[in-house]
Design a binder for this molecule. Sequence first.
Ligand code: ACO
Length: 329
Amino acid sequence: MGATITGIGSYLPEKVLTNADLEKMVDTSDEWIVTRTGIKERRICPEDQASSDLGAEAARRAIVDAGIDQSDIDMIVCATITADMIFPSTACIIQHKLGLDNIACFDISAACSGFIYGLEIARNFIDTGRYKRILVVAAECMSRVTDYTDRTTCVLLGDGAVATIVSKTDKNSGILDTYLGASGKYGNLLYVPAGGSRMPASFETVEKRLHYMKMEGSSLFRIAVTAMSESVKKILERNQVSSEQIKLIIPHQANIRIIQSVAKLTDFPMEKVFVNIEKYGNMSAASVGVALDEAVKSERIHNGDLICMVSFGAGLTWAANLIRWDKNG
Ligand code: ACO
């Protein structure tokens, strides 16, 4: 028994924040952002929407794509670090928005690696034989934890969501293997200091802008390149797959220079690497999934192709998987 993605959909808010817009907000330039990151624009969620709204819309599209009745879903897993609230889980909120009831729902916090973690969680639940169709959502409103007075972070991030229907398959296809890693000792390189149980919200935390993401970009850059390239090598080696056999590699979209370095270290020509960072920036957990959706819709992936997804994020976490694409299940 195995698990495969039988439906996928994404949702990007309409509002576009361009590099020219950011030039008016902080001391930066389109030239710096494009050459240092590869990003030209990103999407921003309107005030009356939260991660669950983006996630629910992506889920509706994935359900249509899978051609199933939504009552066939028996679990919802939501990867997010920008949950609507501390509790209840965003997965429970999405369940209610979809008009579903009485199925298991929970969130996972693995930052940008959350989508690959979520797919692996779904695969393992399906392997137990008790679940047949799991909705895996990755939904992020990164703009809500971004300090738009801090030029070192605000140029990088955007909002968006992706959803997949992960279904049981009896074929030797779908999610073949996943490698998951994490190292908590690097937690201080990327975090939101306030708003949790360590430093609850107060006038002081708001005044000091402690509800916004803090990041050490250059250390993260180095670790990301190593963690992502090692993850790709590990998943290929242990499945005895060469880079030539991979149709497309889909990396987390944090920085084009990280993507290029990983491609070089793992022997992938850039023609085999999916890149959409210029349109959306880094949408944390949603990035790699939205990239997968666009790769499928633009016919860069067909049934039977071997693909590899790889990511890294706060935690720090990292993850890579190997998928034999098979939407028919
Ligand atoms: N515009 C203009 N100048 C800038 C900007 C900006 N937006 N941001 C930084 N600079 C300046 C810096 O102040 C510095 O100036 P100085 O030399 O006078 O001190 C100079 O540019 C170089 O700064 P670096 O930090 O060394 O630039 P670097 O080439 O490392 O690029 C970046 C910075 C883009 C942040 C890069 O390090 C990176 O992408 N790191 C990884 C970030 C990442 O992936 N984070 C994951 C976050 S999401 C998640 O997991 C939730």
